[in-house]
Design a protein around this ligand. Sequence first.
Ligand code: ADP
Ligand code: MG
Length: 404
Amino acid sequence: MALRTLDSLGSLAGKRVIVRCDLNVPLKDGVITDDGRVRASLPTLNALIDQGARLVVCSHLGRPDGAPDAKYSLEPVAQRLSELLGKPVAFSRDTVGESAHEAVAALDDGDVAVIENLRFNPGETAKDDAARRAFADELAALGDALVSDGFGVVHRKQASVYDLAEILPSAAGLLIATELDVLDRLTENPERPYAVVLGGSKVSDKLGVIEHLLPRADKILVGGGMLFTFLAAQGFKVGKSLLEEDQIDRVKGYIATAAVKGVELILPVDAVMAASFSADADHVVAPADALEETAFGASGLGLDIGPETAKLFADAIRTSKTVFWNGPMGVFEMPAFAAGTKAVAQALTAVDGLSVVGGGDSAAAVRQLGFRDDQFGHISTGGGASLEFLEGKKLPGLEVLGWQ
Ligand code: ADP
Ligand code: MG
């Protein structure tokens, strides 16, 4: 069965439509530092507004502990949404309580209300089916239909993503449809050579992707925090760099498989070693097989790929026809360790073919480094979701919308 799209819901004029977005934006002191996810939600919201639907927009933000926590309030996001839509957006301090019902009851056709952070309620992420279902029932009381458009959370079996879609008439929004189109192009007959660039900090999370892509990609490039587990698997010392020791054997297996399958597994040849994890730390470039042979010795830590590696990666990327990139090459949040990420982003903009950036931090990185969205083929709003898709996993938030 195919994904149910917006038109499957019929006319939504005058109907209360709950729109599950992923408005989980990075915030610093209450200010949004990257509004990419808010912008990405606009096509669906505008389409529904144009139809005269009454929009009840919901999302999670951060990881509050199932209880209200002012620093994770969606209020600044509602404000930004109002600016981007160019119209007033009501905000309710309750997610499903009295003020949420009042805000929804006050909506006219084409009006928009945002309800408070879904994760202020323990039911949203509850593992217990009944607890999740009970919260979904409370949400369902606010709407006549659900448009699910939070691509970043479709890999989660959560109340607003999964259970609510079973209770109300539901369909996927335009963002999910676009994301799936692009990811389909990566999995079905990608134009070759096809390069996959992986970095970031969650090594064990991303190893499954490598496993799945080994038979499919032509080149796999490994940077970011995960590179040190690969270097350790080659027998190199990595000082105090990020290292998942229990994954070393698995990684050795990948290195062997890549050789057998003729996949180019491109590993760093140098890294930027720092005295400590701080923006103004002393740092120096070291070859991959001598990371502990700097002034910092075994206490140094690797915070970026080195310049030789950046060149190697850029060449491999530029000469590919399809590139998927997830995970910054280094601690790009600190300018001293952003060069590797910048070099990779630059190379992606030069790809003559399809270039895709996936992952919350990766998307934030390219914007922070001064790139424009339109310099890339596609910037995915979902990190974990796009990775699980590429791993070939079944995603509960899509299956419940009819996708197989
Ligand atoms: P994404 O959100 O794009 O999927 P991740 O969440 O996996 O990416 O990882 C992003 C984080 O990885 C960034 O905050 C970055 O600072 C961190 N990172 C990258 N390289 C390193 C490294 N060598 N050591 C520690 N952290 C790193
Ligand atoms: Mg991240």
